[in-house]
Design a protein around this ligand. Structure first.
Ligand code: ZN
Length: 221
């Protein structure tokens, strides 16, 4: 079954979700917490459409495969075809803004990285991308002012702001479009701020995003 992105007024987008293009280390404080150098160009990877699930449903994760980490990220829904475009054109193609979790099998990823192997199975497994509904974007917003946060069982664990991104949204989208054509229904995850950690079983996760998006979910035991 194909995942169809939804707006927060309940309406479904006309296209099924395509690929999810993600960026690693887009906040310097997160790069530091994992002892990674700050990159000069965006470190891109892709989660398949089959990794997407609704953030409204309880989160199921493959705990039997080792540590599962949460990474809270700003998610952008793309509404136009973008290939080799400049920053201005790129940012005008965003039609929705939401939040997502980039769930990561950290033990599996570390092992693969040590061996210089690709880490898709640590990042792109089924259910690895819980996605919220999207706030509609009618005009180009102030990307720098976009702020989001995650609380777990009432405790603030992650907060991020557009102004802290090493590659701000327009730059990031333009850069992505030089490597991968973005299509309507594709989603871009913009990287995680510091504070990533173990996804706790049975916990309640609450997300909020500037503009009034609030989502709460639980992690299955
Ligand atoms: Zn991430």
């Amino acid at each position: 079954m194909r995942f169809v992105p939804r707006f927060n007024d309940g309406q479904e987008y006309s296209e099924a979700l395509g690929k999810i293009v993600c960026v690693g280390r887009n906040y310097s404080d997160h790069a530091k917490e994992l002892n990674n150098p700050v990159p000069r160009e965006p470190l891109l990877f892709i989660k398949p459409s089959t990794s997407a699930v609704s953030l409204d449903a309880p989160i199921e994760a493959p705990f039997s495969r080792g540590d599962v980490h949460f990474e809270t990220e700003l998610a952008l829904l793309i509404g136009k075809t973008l290939s080799g475009v400049d920053e201005d054109e790129a940012q005008r193609a965003v039609i929705g803004i939401g939040v997502a979790l980039d769930l990561t099998l950290r033990d599996v990823q570390s092992r693969l990285k040590e061996n210089g192997h690709p880490w898709e199975i640590a990042k792109g497994f089924d259910g690895s991308c819980p996605l919220s509904s999207f706030l509609r974007v009618d005009r180009v917003p102030n990307w720098n002012a976009l702020a989001f946060c995650l609380t777990i069982d009432g405790e603030l664990r992650q907060q991020g702001e557009g102004s802290e991104m090493l590659f701000p949204v327009p730059t990031l989208l333009s850069e992505i479009s030089r490597h991968f054509t973005l299509l309507p229904g594709d989603v871009v995850l913009t990287g995680t701020p510091a504070g990533v950690g173990l996804l706790p079983r049975g916990a309640t996760l609450e997300f909020s995003l500037t503009g009034g998006l609030e989502v709460a979910t639980t992690v299955v035991e």
